[in-house]
Design a protein around this ligand. Structure first.
Ligand code: SAH
Ligand code: SF4
Length: 409
């Protein structure tokens, strides 16, 4: 069947498989240690002359400054000797990605367009987006795992982006560090041996979702390392229970991910038949619904207290009929699940429109009656183009003066 959805003109070339095979090149300026893992920190300190028998202790000290306190200068690391602080300052930095643009929505949502350090083969660092969504009982940071995405879901802006590469684990972690900087979400600088963190009730970022740009399972190893750093209790200290990875359905990675990391899982389902899902979420041609749902049933640690979230974007006249709703409920029977109905967020050139509100309500009623609570997700940050699926680093397309006009002081 020919696709009913015309492709956006700038649909990109590399396939996911090609990207998976691409070796991660090294940054041209490997100077920043913001986002480094323990092993990398240990290697750096060893290269800078820290004796073997001190290495563990020094690594733990630097780690704590970087991740428990958010310290940005080696000079402030008062439990390191002066020489080491000077050597570190000469060789490295704790620089975050550059903020190209920071936008604040009228609903409090914030979006950062960030420029990464360039890799050796890049004339300039690519751009990614990170979004913060404050709610009454939580603050969620939505982070990116790739620049762009190799998959071409018909309703998603990110999928139309030409430039694609995997983020390094440090670049994934640095998004959280930068958001904490901007939100004032680090604890007060305390004495060096004080390992207290902000009590979790006081934190602004309480939850992290891998729902920004990219398919996290096509960057499995780096995302995994990043989540190890993020969940480390002596550093950024975000519990795995408060981290959610969203996938379009890379089936072979689902169970290993659960076993390796134990984070929450979200599945971008969006259709209840293979025929339609093949069109909307083309990875379905490789991994059909039956296999996807079987992997979900087998997800390690799944229980009624730890459910999988199924995301379902409401597309007018495409997937929003009442029989779709009934089939959705039937398909998910027996899987500890939450259902998130996401009103479609339009973007320039998108071929879909959002289902009408009465239609969404009727659909939600069927889902509700089947025992799923409050399934409709309120779009956040639409006015700053920060809602689900609207992310696309557009700096190539907007002039500097246009950007300045949107900048928040
Ligand atoms: N690549 C991953 C994670 C990023 S997308 C994935 O696809 O799951 C995060 C969520 O936003 C997914 O459920 C995605 O399908 C949804 N989404 C994408 N475009 C959207 C749009 N225009 N409106 C609403 N939701 C969208
Ligand atoms: Fe990629 Fe997810 Fe967008 Fe699909 S919905 S194109 S997998 S980011």
């Amino acid at each position: 069947m020919a696709s009913p959805f015309p492709k956006s003109p700038d649909t990109h070339n590399p396939t996911a498989v090609e990207l998976e095979k691409t070796p991660t090149s090294l940054p041209a300026q490997p100077s920043t240690l913001a986002g480094a893992n323990r092993l990398e920190l240990g290697q750096v300190l060893s290269q800078l002359g820290v004796p073997q028998k001190q290495l563990r202790m020094r690594t733990a000290q630097v780690w704590s400054w970087i991740y428990a306190h958010g310290t940005k200068s080696f000079e402030a690391m008062s439990d390191l000797n002066k020489d080491l602080r000077t050597t570190l300052t000469k060789a490295h930095s704790l620089e975050r990605p550059k903020i190209v643009e920071e936008l604040v929505s009228k609903d409090g949502t914030r979006k950062w367009l960030l420029r990464l350090q360039p890799m050796a083969n890049e004339p300039q660092g690519p751009e990614i987006e990170t979004v913060y969504i404050p709610e009454a009982d939580r603050g969620t940071l939505c982070i990116s795992s790739q620049v762009g995405c190799t998959l071409n879901c018909t309703f998603c802006h990110t999928g139309t982006q030409r430039l694609v590469r995997n983020l390094t684990s440090a670049e994934i972690v640095a998004q959280i560090m930068l958001a904490r900087d901007r939100l004032g979400d680090w604890p007060e600088a305390t004495s060096p041996d004080d390992e207290r963190h902000l009590p979790s009730g006081d934190r602004k970022i309480t939850n992290i979702v891998l729902m920004g740009m990219g398919e996290p399972f096509y960057n499995y190893d780096n995302v995994k390392t990043a989540m190890e750093i993020v969940s480390d209790g002596t550093g950024l200290s975000t519990s795995k229970r408060r981290i959610t990875l969203s996938t379009s359905g890379v089936v072979p990675k689902i169970i290993p991910w659960g076993a390796d990391t134990g984070t929450n899982l979200a599945i971008s389902l969006h259709a209840v038949t293979d025929e339609l899902r093949n069109e909307l979420v083309p990875i379905n041609r490789k991994y059909p619904i039956k296999d996807l749902l079987q992997a979900c049933r087998d997800y390690p640690g799944l229980s009624n207290a730890r459910r999988i979230t199924f995301e379902y974007v409401m597309l007018d006249g495409i997937n929003d009929s009442l029989s779709d709703a009934r089939e959705l409920v039937r398909l998910l029977r027996g899987i500890p699940a939450k259902i998130n109905l996401i009103p479609f967020n339009p973007w320039p050139g998108s071929v879909h429109s959002c289902s009408s509100w009465p239609k969404i309500e009727k659909f939600a009623e069927i889902v509700n009656k089947a025992g799923y609570a409050s399934p409709v997700r309120t779009p956040r940050g639409r006015d700053i183009f920060a809602a689900c699926g609207q992310l696309k680093s557009s700096s190539q397309k907007r002039s500097a003066s246009q950007r300045l006009a949107h900048q928040v002081p």
